[in-house]
Design a protein around this ligand. Structure first.
Ligand code: NI
Length: 252
């Protein structure tokens, strides 16, 4: 079965057809989905979805783009939700200097608080790193026992080697099918098979040939196809190995 380890089915882009779509996605061979929250409200929604669908699990956290929603109440709620039995990880959390690099210190503080929560609860972390590679690496270096995935990995091969050496997993998404994917494909070539995860980031990041449309987990077949081609594996092997990896990292 396919394990989509990063899909935001709580997003309002799915309001019109969420239930039906999830059934369709499951019938198409996607047997496991992990839905990460981006703030307290969407983390709550992710948990609610995970309670309703037996093949959906949640992660909870405050995304760096949601800095405005960060206060004591929100952190308290994330902590409480993180202990829910359907919550497998802390995420999506991290640093994003692409949209706003004016509050770097605040972003780092929020990221660190959530890394420490993950350690305290012994859960992996789902890291969002956009244009913040050096600082993300610096934070995770400070927590050598921390494990998780760098979601939609976009750093260098050199940084990937360090993360892999530290026990991290790398997430590959629709962009591996894009024309400008050279750097990510280099990383995909050196990533050990037992450390790669496949993700959609639905409703975003649709792979070619669905680019520009709303994404859903069925489109992982294009990401699987690209990995299979690049690594000389069959699509079935890519599907099997990434499912095993996801189960191992998230404790399923
Ligand atoms: Ni995401």
């Amino acid at each position: 079965m396919i394990f989509d380890t990063h899909a935001h089915y709580d997003d309002r882009a799915f309001d019109a057809d969420r239930e039906e779509l999830l059934q369709t996605v499951k019938a198409a061979g996607v047997g496991l989905i992990l839905d990460p929250g981006c703030d307290a409200k969407s983390s709550r929604a992710a948990i609610a979805l995970a309670e309703r669908f037996d093949f959906v699990y949640a992660a909870v956290g405050i995304h760096p783009e949601e800095l405005a929603g960060w206060d004591e109440d929100a952190l308290g709620e994330i902590r409480a939700l993180a202990e829910h039995p359907r919550c497998l990880a802390i995420g999506e959390v991290g640093l994003d200097y692409y949209w706003d690099d004016s509050r770097k210190e605040e972003q780092k503080l929020l990221f660190r608080w959530q890394c420490e929560l993950a350690l305290e609860l012994d859960k992996p972390v789902i890291v969002h790193d956009r244009e913040a590679h050096g600082d993300c690496l610096a934070v995770v270096r400070d927590y050598p026992r921390l494990r998780g995935v760098f979601h939609c990995y976009s750093g260098s091969a050199e940084m990937a080697k360090e993360l892999l050496g530290r026990g991290w997993y790398l997430g590959f998404d629709g962009p591996v099918t894009y024309k400008n994917a050279r750097k990510t494909l280099e990383v995909l070539e050196i990533c050990p098979a037992d450390r790669m995860l496949i993700e959609t980031d639905s409703p975003y990041l649709s792979p070619v040939p669905m680019r520009g449309k709303r994404n859903d987990s069925r489109n992982l077949r294009y990401v699987i196809g690209k990995i299979a081609e690049l690594r000389g594996l069959s699509p079935e092997e890519v599907e099997r190995v990434t499912e095993e990896n996801g189960r191992r990292l998230f404790g399923l």
